[in-house]
Design a binder for this molecule. Structure first.
Ligand code: ATP
Ligand code: MG
Length: 234
């Protein structure tokens, strides 16, 4: 049986010609918790953006057997919830409630189901009571928590999070770690936070200059200090 995410020979260059991903092969099976680590510019965000078709390169990316391509984007995006590195890319509504409700409404849920989804999602990131706040007048950390809630509210099969703990204070970071630890969904997390990786994610992929340079059990990868130093991780 094939895995939930199947990537074969994926390469991607930005419009200015900069190659961000080079001949990448990767499989992620249902329920796996995977960390993607690598220094600035390694290609982590570019890779996550391929999972739900925000960017498309050459090669083959499949989610639950369906190729990520224009015709399948609706279905792909209901399967893959992506939390962007910058919450300003995610939040666009006049209130927190509307931002978190947007996905469930789009999925066709009725009003009471939408309200329940919003309440549960905000509670799980410790942001309940913030429904009427204006997202673009919140702190960066608060925005990141709301951005995570917008995706949780859609209950996707795969949650792809880009730097979920960057800019968060210790309490907010703990909240996020708690949320991630208790999720049953498949998780793909790009991060510089190696202690998050150690605590929450069983498998770690190391990227460098657009390539996967290691992929294995987190404990094994994090044990090799010389390798981590070589790739700018410590
Ligand atoms: N919009 C863009 N246009 C051109 N090049 C880009 C663009 N976004 C990223 N790149 C380049 O693509 C490469 C991979 O960038 P990417 O953002 O995927 O790295 P990253 O691993 O997420 O880094 P970080 O840890 O800083 O978030 C880098 O060389 C970067 O400069
Ligand atoms: Mg990034």
């Amino acid at each position: 049986m094939s895995c939930l995410v199947e990537i074969k020979n994926l390469s991607f260059s930005y419009q200015d010609g900069r190659t961000a991903l080079q001949e990448l092969d990767l499989s992620i099976c249902e329920g796996e918790k995977v960390g993607i680590v690598g220094s600035n510019g390694a290609g982590k965000s570019t890779l996550l953006l391929q999972l739900n078709g925000v960017l498309q390169g050459t090669g083959d990316v499949r989610i639950a057997g369906d190729q990520v391509c224009r015709q399948n984007l609706g279905r792909i995006r209901s399967l893959v919830g992506l939390v962007f590195q910058d919450p300003d890319d995610q939040l666009f509504s006049p209130t927190v409630f509307e931002d978190v409700a947007f996905g469930p409404l789009y999925m066709g849920l009725d009003e009471s189901a939408v309200s329940l989804r919003v309440r549960e999602a905000l509670e799980s990131v410790g942001m309940d009571g913030m429904e009427e706040r204006v997202p673009n007048r919140m702190s960066l950390g608060e925005k990141k928590l709301v951005a995570i809630a917008t995706v949780l509210a859609m209950r996707p099969r795969i949650l792809a999070l880009d730097e979920p703990t960057a800019a968060l204070d210790a309490r907010a970071r703990r909240t996020i770690l708690g949320v991630l630890k208790h999720l049953d969904e498949t998780l793909v997390v790009a991060t510089h936070d190696l202690s998050l990786v150690a605590e929450v994610l069983d498998r770690t992929i190391v990227m460098d200059r657009g390539e996967v340079v290691a992929d294995g059990p987190t404990a094994e990868i994090l044990r090799d200090e010389a390798f981590l130093a070589e790739h700018g991780l410590i």
